[in-house]
Design a protein around this ligand. Structure first.
Ligand SMILES: Nc1ncnc2c1ncn2[C@@H]1O[C@H](COP(=O)(O)OP(=O)(O)OP(=O)(O)O)[C@@H](O)[C@H]1O
Length: 368
């Protein structure tokens, strides 16, 4: 079934807090909702799901109206065709993984046999085929999330909502689940809204981001643009990591004239979009390109020198195919003095490949 665009415009009161937001999500696109605690991310998600009633607004998918307060339309949650993947899998404990996934198709009127066949296919699509007969109590956090993802998709929802889907997973399980979500979300054509605290989730999974602050949208746009050139203070803080998006090759990626080697944090496909992520604290600054070094060296021009506690944050830009790539380095005040750095200087930002994580990246470019 092909899917329609989500259009939503809501004003929601929660005690003294008010959320006012509007968004459009194209079929197949993933929009990440970012923002500090209490900014209204969950409120937006629950308004879309129908579990919170907006004071006023409209929510529609194509020509189907879920909410129109002016006309008194408010379709209840269970009739909205929403697939939800939350922090925890929330599987039915008494059913096998297979029957959990078959539940949606069965409720939609499929025969038991057809529902189970569909469920088996979805389980294998999320690399959980071997878990079919397991009860949820025997599944790890990551396994449970895979089954929950299969369950959400097997019901063929018109809208997919992901509410911090990786937040409860441990550091070993999260990258695998993030990689799986990247693959599954890329291959599906329904609008998807992802709430997350993790900038990496936005980079890997989202085409576009929307940043909330105190119930208002303060920033929005293609993921790469918003994170590379943050306008709101929160986004800049969130985007504190260096992020270089480009095209994957063996051992790293190429972004215009810049080539970055790294370690593959999640499986990437050669010639597909990828992102290199590294912390400013891992960047060393040199006047000359280090000779014969296996390290990454990027020629940049210094644009900012700001003291930050014990370190100095250097901001620098490079030109790659006409676009500025902005990078940050944190070095000691002594190093700044030794190198005699001033704004406008041309230097090399140098980082070891082992400090650079390479991830698959979803669209999110400024190209149309
Ligand atoms: N049931 C409620 N009654 C009254 N106020 C509420 C209720 N639920 C949430 N709020 C308030 O609404 C505001 C937005 O909360 P919301 O959970 O949407 O933020 P969030 O961005 O999802 O935060 P977090 O990142 O902490 O999950 C907060 O100030 C919160 O205190």
């Amino acid at each position: 079934m092909s899917h329609d665009r989500l259009l939503a415009e809501v004003t929601v009161d929660r005690g003294t807090f008010t959320l006012s937001a509007e968004c459009a999500v194209e079929p197949g696109d993933v929009v990440a909702v970012l923002g500090p605690n209490g900014s209204g991310k969950s409120t937006l998600l629950s308004a879309l799901a129908g579990s919170t009633r907006p004071r006023e607004g409209n929510i529609g998918l194509g020509d189907r109206v879920w909410l129109d307060t002016a006309r008194g339309v408010d379709v209840p949650t269970h009739r909205r065709s929403v697939g939800l993947l939350a922090q925890n899998a929330l599987l039915f404990p008494h059913l096998s993984a297979l029957d959990n996934v078959a539940f949606g198709p069965r409720a939609a009127g499929r025969s038991k046999k057809a529902a189970r066949a569909l469920a088996a296919r979805w389980l294998s699509d999320v690399d959980a085929g071997e878990l079919a007969e397991h009860r949820p109590g025997r599944l790890s956090g990551g396994q449970g999330q895979r089954v929950a993802l299969a369950r959400a998709l097997a019901a063929d929802p018109e809208l997919l909502l992901l509410d911090e889907p990786l937040a409860a997973l441990d550091v070993d399980a999260a990258p695998a689940m993030r990689g799986l979500l990247h693959r599954v979300l890329r291959d599906q054509d329904r609008p998807t809204v992802l709430v997350t605290h993790d900038v990496l989730d936005a980079v890997v999974l989202a085409d576009r981001v929307l940043v909330l602050s105190a119930g208002r949208i303060v920033e929005r746009g293609p993921t790469r643009d918003v994170l590379a050139r943050p306008k709101a203070a929160f986004t800049a803080h969130l985007a504190g990591l260096n992020l270089v998006t480009g095209i994957a090759d063996a051992g790293g990626l190429t972004s215009g004239a810049v080539r970055i080697n790294g370690r593959v944090a999640e499986p990437v496909v050669q010639d597909e979009p990828a992102a290199a992520v590294f912390a400013p604290s891992t960047v060393a600054v040199h006047r000359e390109r280090p000779d014969g070094s296996p390290r990454n060296a990027v020629r940049v021009r210094l644009a900012g020198i700001e003291p930050r506690g014990d370190v100095v944050r250097l901001r620098a830009a490079t030109r790659t195919t006409g676009e500025d790539l902005v990078l940050a380095a944190d070095i000691t005040p002594a190093a700044v003095a030794d190198l005699g750095l001033t704004i406008g200087d041309e230097v090399f930002f140098v980082v070891k490949a082992t400090e650079v994580a390479i991830h698959p990246a979803t669209g999110g470019s400024s190209s149309p």
